[in-house]
Design a protein around this ligand. Structure first.
Ligand SMILES: [Zn+2]
Length: 323
């Protein structure tokens, strides 16, 4: 992995270009061919990679141009899932909720082709984000396994196969996105076991991204998860959670969410520098990865770019100050 101090990275998603959203709509209505749609995805990934490079991101991903959301995208490619119609969640938001209707088995490569394409598209380091088995099961119906726990472990085996394939393809940094863990702290043991199964034998730097939760319910147990880095959303909660992490020694690297993805205001370089310095009260600078709180997909793309650019400038200035 990177030897650079305070490396900058992204959690995963980036705003889709407006023309891509337009084409996705046309494609859904059968108005354009698979070929055109595929070419559009490739062009959008190249554009988003370039934007991240221009912003100064050290470790990047493809912005998740092909993903509409983080559950059914994966479920559609795994045997044993069936996708029902759209389900209403959180007010007026809808998503396609998957159902487990049979034994879960590995079928298609999930992120490997995207990784391979990105490897040819950028010289930067790459981080591959993938939704964790606990979260996918939590956000699906279980109509097959006796318990949620059984379903989670079966899916963890499937994810393990994918992660082994990713490493074989050359991936060195994998991030498991598991936001559902923070909504069920009572099931933290199941979540931990699922990460153990999913990462068994996986020889890569491993991160675990958890956003939107009450971290006091997960800490310090979360330190026992077999990952190298814990990546948290901190800016949105005005860094209050740092007090929680001070109670016990933070024994992992931290992915330090230092830019708020829920507001459009562009934090200044000075403000972000002050934010990043708060990480040094928990761990040494060499254990800090600098990133936004979460994916940037809901922001206007100009705002996302400016936030990343200021974040990278802040990290660069601190790097020379701490060197
Ligand atoms: Zn997130």
């Amino acid at each position: 992995m990177t030897k650079k101090i305070l490396p900058t990275t992204v959690v995963g998603s980036y705003p889709k270009p407006r023309w891509l959203n337009h084409l996705i709509g046309e494609y859904a209505e059968g108005k354009i061919s698979n070929e055109i749609m595929e070419a559009a995805y490739i062009d959008s990934i190249k554009a988003v990679v370039k934007e991240q490079e221009l912003a100064g991101i050290d470790i990047l991903w493809d912005g998740e141009m092909r993903r509409e959301e983080m559950t059914s995208y994966f479920a559609e490619h795994i045997d044993g899932f069936k996708i029902y119609g759209e389900v209403r969640v959180w007010g007026n938001n809808y998503y396609k909720k998957p159902a487990i209707v049979d034994e879960l088995r590995y079928r298609d490569e999930l992120t490997i082709p995207d990784y391979k394409f990105l490897r040819e598209t950028t010289k930067n380091e790459i981080k591959v984000p993938i939704t964790g088995p606990y979260t996918i099961v939590d956000w699906s119906f279980n109509e097959f396994y006796k318990s949620k726990e059984d379903a989670v472990y079966a899916l963890a085996d499937v994810i393990n196969e994918e992660l082994m394939g990713l490493v074989k393809a050359g991936a060195t940094y994998i991030q498991i996105d598991d936001p559902a863990i923070s909504t069920h702290p009572d099931e933290i043991e199941i979540a931990k076991n699922s990460i153990e199964i999913a990462t068994r034998g996986v020889n890569a730097y491993l991160g675990l991204h958890i956003c939107y939760g009450d971290y006091s319910k997960l800490y310090p147990q979360i330190l026992e998860f077999p990952v190298d880095q814990l990546d948290f959303e901190l800016a949105n909660k005005n860094f209050k959670d740092i007090e929680i992490f001070k109670k016990y020694e933070f024994t992992k690297d931290i992915g330090f969410g230092c830019v708020d993805v829920h507001i459009r205001r562009i934090e200044s370089v000075g403000e972000i520098k002050d934010n990043i310095k708060k990480a040094f009260t928990i761990v040494e600078p060499k254990r800090v990865y600098v990133d936004p709180d979460c994916g940037l997909k809901l922001l206007p793309s100009g705002v996302a770019f400016e936030k990343l650019k200021n974040m990278c400038t802040a990290a660069k200035e601190l790097r020379s100050e701490t060197a």
